[in-house]
Design a protein around this ligand. Structure first.
Ligand code: UD1
Length: 362
């Protein structure tokens, strides 16, 4: 079975790496295409290095642009590549524009697609990722879900049960594999963060960072919180471009984006995370570190019902209150969600091999 996996943006890399490793271990020779949606050394190369990802078989070099431009460029560039590589199956991960664009190309060519991280829904169509999730899941042939809510969402949308497979959370495979390396990492000392503890901030959602007034309100709340707990802020390039217009991030320790292992170490040793990222809601759930999600909704509700996540919204006063409450609460010790166990890649390869056997038989 010739399997081609797609990566494009930062949150894809830690989802693809365990799958590629597992496919190789089990005797397959997987192909990898990087669309180049993310291209800075610290948004892409650092992750390839830390996660042991192989050099992609093809790099499409797409780069940034409006959603339409970026998606259209990926579609046009990927079509000849997938025709040339002629895979039996294409695996897409997550919910970025590369996920949607490559799925669309394959569907029109009749090439089967498996979607890793299927079924998540924020029910907020102003979020570009929600559109990507809906379209990808509508078109994909195999829907590999991280949590039971994903299965329920897909069933409610009329997806036939035989397409849906609850395999668990593949991001946790990467996390588990690299915890030892993170323990050896000296990033906390290198950044001279206080021994008494610190919090980690990440912000990059267009709804939070593109409007200077919204971003200024959030930064004001973070400044207030940093009086109780020093905050370190690895800043996404989209956000870095907006900081000045929002009055700067005084009071916070703003740093460049970190690689996978350094960031894992930074989060694992923190007391509190404030974020609008999807993946971090899951990683903090695994670490049982309190997380305030600076959004009004989440496509990962299991991180609230079974994890350490609180949906905080963007109101500055509420953010400050919730941060104080989170710091005062004793640390949770509840179990992580089912199948967030570091073995998701194996379960995915089981599903793919089973699919291939029944296809070959039929
Ligand atoms: C993308 C994903 C988002 C994901 C995020 C993680 C979509 C719709 N969005 O958002 O789901 O959570 O990645 O980072 O696919 N830029 C650089 N260097 C880079 C990449 C981006 O400078 O390597 C800057 C550019 O100015 C670019 C902006 O960041 O215009 C936004 O990048 P883009 O890929 O469009 O969206 P993200 O906000 O990164």
């Amino acid at each position: 079975m010739k399997i081609l996996t797609i990566v494009g943006a930062r949150p894809n890399f830690m989802k693809a790496a365990p799958l590629l490793g597992c496919l190789r271990r089990r005797g397959h020779q997987p192909l990898l295409v990087h669309t180049g949606q993310h291209y800075d050394a610290n948004m892409s190369d650092a992750f390839f290095r830390d996660l042991g990802l192989p050099t992609p078989d093809r790099h499409l070099g797409i780069g940034s642009g409006s959603h339409a431009q970026q998606t259209a460029k990926i579609i046009a560039a990927f079509e000849p590549v997938v025709l040339e590589l002629a895979p039996d199956l294409v695996v897409v991960v997550g919910d970025v524009n590369s996920t949607l664009a490559c799925t669309l190309v394959c569907s029109k060519l009749g090439i089967p697609v498996a979607h890793v991280e299927a079924g998540l829904r924020s029910r907020d169509r102003t979020m570009p990722e929600e559109i990507n999730r809906l379209v990808t899941d509508c078109l994909a042939d195999l829907l590999l879900t991280p949590s039971p809510d994903g299965d329920e969402n897909l069933r409610a949308e009329g997806v036939p049960a035989e397409k849906i497979h609850h395999v668990g959370n593949i991001m946790i495979d990467s996390l588990v594999q690299h915890l030892d390396a993170a323990r050896r990492c000296d990033v906390v000392a290198r950044l001279a963060l206080p021994a008494s503890g610190y919090g980690v901030v990440t912000l990059h959602r267009p709804s939070n960072v593109d409007d200077p007034a919204t971003l200024a309100g959030i930064l004001g709340a973070l400044r207030e919180i940093s009086r109780d707990l020093p905050l370190v802020f690895p800043c996404h390039p989209r956000t870095a471009g907006q900081l000045d217009r929002a009055g700067g991030a005084g009071g916070l320790k703003v740093i460049e984006p970190l690689g996978y292992i350094e960031f894992l170490a930074l989060v694992a040793n923190s007391k509190l995370v404030l974020t609008d990222s999807g993946g971090l809601q899951e990683e903090t759930t695994y670490h049982r570190i309190p997380c305030l999600t600076i959004r009004d909704n989440t496509e990962r509700p299991i991180t609230i019902t079974q994890g350490s996540n609180v949906l905080a919204g963007t109101d500055p006063r509420r953010l400050v209150t919730l941060a104080r409450e989170a710091l005062a609460r004793p640390r949770q010790s509840r179990p992580v969600p089912a199948l967030w166990d570091g073995k998701t890649a194996d379960r995915i390869v089981d599903v793919l091999e089973q699919w291939w056997r029944s296809r070959s038989a039929g």
